[in-house]
Design a protein around this ligand. Structure first.
Ligand SMILES: *Cc1c(COP(=O)(O)O)cnc(C)c1O
Length: 343
C-alpha cells in the first residue's frame, strides 16, 4: 500500500543535487587542489558531507546500519527537510497532535504546508476517532508523533502508533527526543518492517549536546537518499561531528547521568506533590515534569525573581508549567522557593 513515489514531491524526485568536491574524490590523503580551500590552518578543509565516521559510531551505539542513518543540523533540520521532501507547498497537508512540540507548526508555516491539528485526549493520548478519516486524505503526506511527548511527558500508546503507521500511506515521523529517559522501547527497530517510518532522535537532551546541533533520523535507505539530496552539502561542521564522537566514547558517563536525572525526576515529583500550590504532577517519561498549578503566571514570575527559570505552558495546557529536571542542588532550590510562594 505504501508507494514512495506517491509521497515524495516530483521536483525532489527529479532534483539533481549539488555535487561538491568531496563527492567526486573520496580519498583522504593527497594534495587537495579541488575545493578552493586554503592550504593553511587546522580547520581549512570542508567536512565529510555524509559524516561517515560519525555514522559508524552512531550505528554501533544505536544498533542501526549506517545506510539507515541520516544526521541533521539538529532535529529541527530533519523536521524542515521532511516537509520539503514530502509536502508540496500550498497543496499537501501534514498532521500533528496537540499539545506537542512547537517546531512542527512553525516549520509547516515556513514551508506553507497546511497543518491538521488533532487534540490529544485528557490522558494526552491519541484518539483515533478524529484521526481515522484523515488517514484516508490523499493530500495528507506526513504525520508527526512525539513520544515521549513534549510538553506532556508521556509516551504514546505503542499499539496506536503502529495502527497509524500501518493504516496510512504517507510518512510517519516519530520524534523520540526523550526516549533515553523512558522505559519504553524505541520504534527505531521497526524501520525494516515499515517503509513509511522515520524515527528521529537527538544528541541535544540525554547526551548533553544541545549546543552542538546534531539530530538523527533512522529510516529506509531510499528515504535517507532523499534527505541527502535535499540537505545543504556540509550541514554538520567538523567541530560538531568531533564533539559527538568524543561524547560517544563516554557513553557510560551519559548513561549514569540519565540514571541520575531519572532518579531526580522521581524525587522532584514526590516533593512537588506535597505542595498545596501544585494541583497535579503529570507522570513523565522525559527529563521534565508538566505540573498543573493554581496560578501558573504568578508562580512563573515569582520563580524568575529568584533567578529560577521554568517554562510557562499555561497558554497551551491550562494552569501548567514545565520544569526541566536539574542537578540535585538545583532541584532543591526550586522546591525551597516554591514552598515560600503563598497564593
Ligand atoms: C528538544 C527537542 C528536540 C531536539 O531538537 P534539536 O534540534 O535536535 O535540538 C526535538 N524534538 C522535541 C520534541 C524536543 O523537545
Amino acid at each position: 500500500m505504501f508507494d514512495i513515489n506517491k509521497v515524495v514531491r516530483d521536483n525532489v524526485k527529479t532534483l539533481i543535487p549539488y555535487s561538491c568536491a568531496r563527492d567526486e574524490f573520496k580519498g583522504k590523503t593527497g594534495i587537495f587542489m579541488d575545493a578552493n580551500e586554503s592550504p593553511y590552518g587546522k580547520l581549512n578543509r570542508y567536512p565529510d558531507p555524509y559524516q561517515n565516521d560519525l555514522k559508524t559510531s552512531v550505528s554501533r551505539i544505536k544498533g542501526i546500519p549506517e545506510e539507515n542513518i541520516f544526521l541533521g543540523n539538529g532535529s529541527d533540520e530533519i523536521i524542515d527537510l521532511s516537509y520539503r521532501i514530502f509536502c508540496k507547498p500550498g497543496v499537501d497537508k501534514a498532521l500533528t497532535f496537540f499539545p506537542s512540540y512547537g517546531m512542527y507548526e512553525v516549520s509547516a508555516a515556513i514551508n506553507d504546508v497546511r497543518l491538521i491539528r488533532i487534540p490529544l485526549n485528557t490522558d494526552f493520548q491519541i484518539d483515533t476517532g478524529e484521526l481515522d478519516p484523515c488517514l484516508k486524505d490523499p493530500e495528507l503526506k506526513l504525520i508527526f508523533i512525539c513520544s515521549p511527548n513534549n510538553p506532556t511527558g508521556n509516551t504514546m500508546d505503542s499499539s496506536k502508533m503502529e495502527y497509524i503507521i500501518s493504516n496510512f500511506s504517507g510518512m510517519v515521523l516519530i520524534d523520540e527526543a526523550y526516549i533515553d529517559f523512558s522505559g519504553t522501547q524505541s520504534f527505531k527497530n521497526k524501520i525494516g518492517k515499515y517503509p513509511n517510518l522515520i524515527v528521529m532522535q537527538t544528541f541535544s537532551k540525554a547526551f548533553g549536546l544541545a549546543a552542538v546541533r546534531v539530530g538523527m533520523a533512522f529510516t529506509n535507505p531510499d528515504i535517507v537518499q532523499y534527505f541527502n539530496k535535499m540537505k545543504p552539502p556540509y550541514n554538520i561542521s567538523i567541530i560538531n561531528q568531533k564533539a559527538v564522537q568524543k561524547k560517544l566514547m563516554q557513553f557510560e558517563e551519559v548513561n549514569k547521568q540519565v540514571d541520575k536525572i531519572k532518579h531526580e525526576r522521581e524525587r522532584l515529583t514526590q516533593n512537588l506533590q506535597k505542595l498545596t500550590i501544585i494541583e497535579k504532577v503529570f507522570p513523565s517519561d522525559a527529563n521534565f515534569l508538566l505540573v498543573r498549578t493554581k496560578n501558573a503566571d504568578l508562580i512563573y514570575n515569582k520563580l524568575v525573581k529568584e533567578k529560577i527559570i521554568v517554562r510557562n505552558r499555561s497558554k497551551i495546557v491550562q494552569g501548567c508549567i514545565r520544569i526541566t529536571i536539574g542537578k540535585r542542588k538545583e532541584n532543591n532550590k526550586l522546591i525551597k522557593n516554591l514552598k515560600k510562594i503563598k497564593l
